[in-house]
Write a protein that binds this ligand. Structure first.
Ligand SMILES: Nc1nc2c(ncn2[C@@H]2O[C@H](COP(=O)(O)OP(=O)(O)OP(=O)(O)O)[C@@H](O)[C@H]2O)c(=O)[nH]1
Length: 422
């Protein structure tokens, strides 16, 4: 029968925490009482592992985008990872090559690589938010590191590195997390959290550096091992996060293009028809009425012919904005054809729809449109149709359309009701 009590007693007895100058390292007494480190992982080996992981990631991401149309921002990401690869490689040479090569150069490379990662991400997101701040932090960190390098101790350089990288990662993380709908963009949010975790880790490293002041260029204690293991996880997790986020943003963009008109950002006809049909279906359950307005700019061809298509485009955009400004939140505006628009007014009976139509007509005719430093008088003709029964949406549209033709025939810049009730 084994003597568990004495066995566990010996085990705990053999464990001890040694306080090194700066680093706490769990150790145990081995055979003959000699002390052995419990942390088998060697820091230099971990730097080599980081180098291999970043290089492998850069090659994989680059290869996946060769020959195809590369995803936006991907080459910046690859370049950033190649810079990180070089910097880990140089760090692994510490003690075997001059310090300017193994301390100064890799740190400057790491700062620039982090800024490049931010710039790759903003290219994917299509908005350059907070990139200037990242480049300013990079510049300030690089200057501080270069100026301090010949004079200060190693722990102070660790602190400059941790603060600079931590600030950049937290800044990128904010860009990713702010304004992202968690349900619509899970990959973006995950990458944001991942990089945020990296930022927090660097701040912890900064505090550890200030408190423990390591003097060794290659400190082999467990805090450093832990930091490098987390860094390895973040390097690999971020590259997957970036690839998934690129795909996610591409799908969201395709969805946007399939739903909204590129020029005016109003709904397009393809997306609008199902919305209208759903509003009619709700009539059967909830009662009330649904109305539709068909709007067409008058003599729009003359604007194009006299001032050019670019001016015509500005007119279409301005008119769309004015329509939207005069509609309620639940109303749906669509660009139905060239200069033809359609508005769905849910829960709106005919007399209210007529008020809305008149309001929209006046919103256009009452104030000239500014387009390329010209004041243009624009008017709109409007056909109105309403229904209280769940029918086919295209029938309602057809009735509003014939109201529009009647308005054009009546001299334009007016509202005409199609009174045939379905
Ligand atoms: N600038 C611009 N013009 C467009 C666009 N789509 C269609 N158009 C133009 O809109 C004009 C429509 O002309 P018509 O159908 O004759 O209508 P209209 O001149 O408004 O005449 P009425 O509707 O009878 O008052 C054509 O010149 C099209 O080229 C667009 O996206 N941008």
């Amino acid at each position: 029968m084994p003597d568990y009590d004495s066995w566990s007693g010996e085990l705990f007895d053999s464990l001890a925490f040694e306080v090194n100058p700066g680093w706490i390292s769990p150790r145990r007494r081995g055979v003959g009482g000699a002390e052995e480190s419990l942390m088998e992982l060697d820091v230099r080996t971990l730097y080599v592992a980081l180098m291999v992981a970043t290089l492998w990631s850069a090659i994989m991401v680059g290869a996946a985008n060769l020959g195809n149309q590369a995803a936006p921002g991907v080459w910046r990401w690859v370049l950033a990872y190649l810079m990180l690869t070089a910097s880990w490689g140089l760090v692994a040479l510490r003690g075997h090559a001059p310090n300017w090569l193994t301390v100064l150069t890799p740190n400057l490379l790491i700062f620039s690589a982090c800024a490049l990662i931010h710039s790759a991400i903003v290219v994917v997101l299509g908005s350059y938010r907070r990139l200037q701040l990242t480049w300013s932090i990079t510049l300030a960190g690089s200057l501080a590191f270069t100026l301090c390098f010949p004079f200060v101790e190693f722990w102070a350089l660790i602190c400059i590195n941790s603060f600079t990288v931590g600030c950049i990662l937290l800044n990128v993380s904010t860009v990713l997390l702010q304004g992202a709908k968690r349900s619509a963009a899970p990959a973006r949010c995950t990458l944001g959290l991942w990089l945020g975790m990296g930022g927090v880790m660097m701040m912890v490293r900064l505090v550890n550096g200030v408190l423990n002041r390591p003097i060794d260029l290659m400190p082999n204690g467990w805090p450093q091992v832990l930091i490098l293991l987390i860094a390895l996880t973040i390097v690999l997790g971020s590259v997957f996060g970036f690839a998934l986020m690129s795909r996610e943003e591409m799908l969201l963009e395709l969805n946007r293009r399939a739903t909204f008109d590129a020029l005016t950002c109003a709904y397009n006809r393809h997306a609008f028809d199902p919305v209208g049909q759903a509003a009619l279906a709700r009539l059967a359950r909830e009662g009330g009425a649904v109305s539709v307005l068909m709007l067409d700019l008058d003599h729009f061809k003359q604007i194009n012919d006299s001032y050019g298509h670019a001016t015509g485009d500005v007119v279409l955009q301005t008119v769309t904005t004015r329509f939207q400004d005069h509609l309620r939140a639940g109303d749906v505006l669509a660009r139905y054809g060239g200069e033809e628009f359609c508005v769905l007014l849910p829960a709106t009976p005919l007399h209210d729809a007529l008020d809305v139509a008149e309001r929209l007509r006046l919103a256009i005719a009452g104030q000239p449109v500014m387009a390329e430093q010209r004041q243009l008088i624009v008017t709109v003709s409007i056909g109105v149709a309403s229904t209280a029964t769940n029918g086919v949406f295209s029938d309602l549209i057809a009735r509003a359309d014939s109201g529009l033709y009647a308005a054009k025939a009546a001299g334009r810049n007016c509202v005409h009701v199609e009174t045939t009730f379905s």
